[in-house]
Ligand binder design. Structure first.
Ligand code: FE2
Ligand code: FE2
Length: 479
């Protein structure tokens, strides 16, 4: 194409001829100019939200049979993903493996029902499929001994190994994972997405001033010129749950609240959302502090509690978890967001050896990578509370998203894992005395934003220096 060989000046005149304006700061950036020329970005055009998966099945009574069907549905979904792997295409049913005599190479796909360690440091996994159970032995002297540290109960994995007397000695453990070939998808418009962690309106610790500043920034009334330029391009704001402080979430919560009525908490939250310009699409999901059931998937915030939110045309209340596609156009597939509040994060940060080795509670992105590798948001029974939907396991990550977003732990963490932008969002509650006593270091007042054209992530800091100093002083006083 002629423009590939054109000089920067020639490119600029091409832009002028087409009526495209290039921001002053970009006039030396050839790639940027090319992109504007090629794509003619819409800055404030229609921002689209396509709901892909939103769990709205009404609650009902579950039976023991439902649990069985629920786990079968999980096995089927994850088994299907695993079977696409070359090493597992010939996977054998466990009952057939147990008929084999002598040493043979086999591969199986099974759900982990037990994990234990022998005196000789072998890790023994018990795997189950619809035909039976078998023990898989992992030697401490093999590479697999590292991989097995990631294995948790109730997840579905593949194993390649050698049979020997009713058991398998593992040569490889295979997770459903994100394909290695999965590439980061970039956009054609300059739209930004902002990710808002736990707001918890109604809590005494809610940082009203800082949060107001976010809303003012979004509406072009705060920030430097560069920040206002960005605000103009924000097309989407995601709230990742714990929108309000809630009522009776934990014992003694009332003492920490300054709004004691749940509807009033939502009205107050909605007042902020209303200040966000209407061109910005607002996506919100519930967390464990919100009104409604605690079991996952959590249904979208009930309309009776939050009528004000439902009355706004640019607000999309969805379930936890949910999938949405944003910025989809006639020529671009858009970006898939998998949104999950993150109730199970703490369980995996404190129970999985490989995550503990990588920093535990300070490495939430490692847990989120684990979700992607296991293609499940809470595989282990006990890591969350859930409804055993007999038709499907709604926490299976059946398609690879472009973004995996969580909150809940009031920390900011992010990583790019095989083309997936993984973000934990932080919060809008100041550090509590309890957190100081426990030596926790939450990161309030931070706002991750991502440019969809470049997929570049940056963190905007709204936490004031005065607050930081006050917390620092308390930490020193506590020793
Ligand atoms: Fe929270
Ligand atoms: Fe939470």
């Amino acid at each position: 194409m002629e423009r590939d060989h054109a000089s920067t000046d020639e490119l600029l005149s091409m832009c002028a001829a087409r009526g495209l304006t290039i921001p002053l700061r970009d006039i030396d950036d050839r790639d940027r100019i090319l992109s504007i020329l090629g794509t003619q970005p819409t800055l404030t055009g229609a921002h689209t939200v396509t709901v892909v998966k939103n769990y709205t099945k009404r609650p009902r009574k579950w039976s023991v049979g439902d649990f069985v069907r629920y786990f079968n549905a999980r096995y089927k979904a994850l088994g299907g993903i695993l079977r696409q792997r070359k090493e597992l295409q010939g996977a054998t049913a466990i009952a057939r493996v147990k008929e084999k005599r002598g040493r043979e190479s086999v591969s199986i796909i099974g759900m982990v029902v037990d994990k234990r360690e022998t005196k000789n440091k072998y890790v023994v996994l018990t795997l189950e499929d619809p035909t039976g159970r078998i023990e898989v032995w992992v030697s401490p002297n093999r590479e697999t001994s590292e991989t097995v540290k990631e294995v948790v109960n109730d997840e579905v994995i593949g194993v390649v190994g050698q049979t020997s007397d009713d058991r398998i000695f593992a040569n490889a453990i295979i997770f459903p994972d994100v394909p290695q070939t999965h590439e980061i998808k970039k956009g054609v418009t300059d739209a930004y997405v902002a990710f808002v962690g736990d707001v918890e309106v109604g809590s005494k610790l809610f940082m009203r001033e800082e949060f107001e500043k976010v809303v003012l920034w979004l509406s072009g009334q705060a920030g430097t010129q560069e920040q206002r330029d960005i605000a103009e391009r924000v097309g989407y704001v995601v709230f990742i749950g714990d929108l309000v402080h809630g009522i009776g979430v934990y014992p003694g919560q009332a003492e920490d609240s300054d709004i004691h009525d749940i509807k009033e908490q939502y009205r107050e939250f909605a007042r902020y959302v209303k200040m966000i310009p209407e061109r910005i699409q607002v996506i919100l999901i519930p967390g464990n502090h919100d009104a409604g059931r605690l079991q996952e998937p959590q249904l979208p915030i009930y309309e009776d509690f939050a009528a004000d939110l439902y009355a706004m045309p640019n607000v999309h209340p969805l379930s936890n978890p949910c999938y949405v596609t944003i910025a989809k156009t006639a020529t671009h597939p858009g970006f898939d967001l998998l949104l999950y509040h993150g109730y199970s994060l703490v369980y995996y940060a404190t129970n999985v050896q490989s995550v503990k080795d990588a920093g535990g509670m300070k490495a939430m992105h490692e847990v989120m990578k684990l979700y992607l590798r296991k293609r499940h948001l809470a595989p282990t029974h006990g890591s969350n509370t859930y409804v055993p939907d007999p038709e499907e396991d709604p926490l299976v990550i059946d398609s690879v998203p472009d973004f995996l977003v969580t909150g809940h732990v009031h920390d900011v963490a992010y990583v790019n894992y095989r083309g997936v932008t993984v973000i934990n969002c932080g919060c809008w509650n100041d550090v509590s005395d309890e957190q100081i006593r426990r030596g926790l270091e939450p990161q309030p007042g931070k706002l991750p934003i991502v440019n969809l054209r470049t997929r570049e992530l940056r963190i905007m800091n709204f936490y004031t220096e005065e607050r930081r100093k006050a917390v620092q002083a308390k930490r020193e006083a506590t020793g």
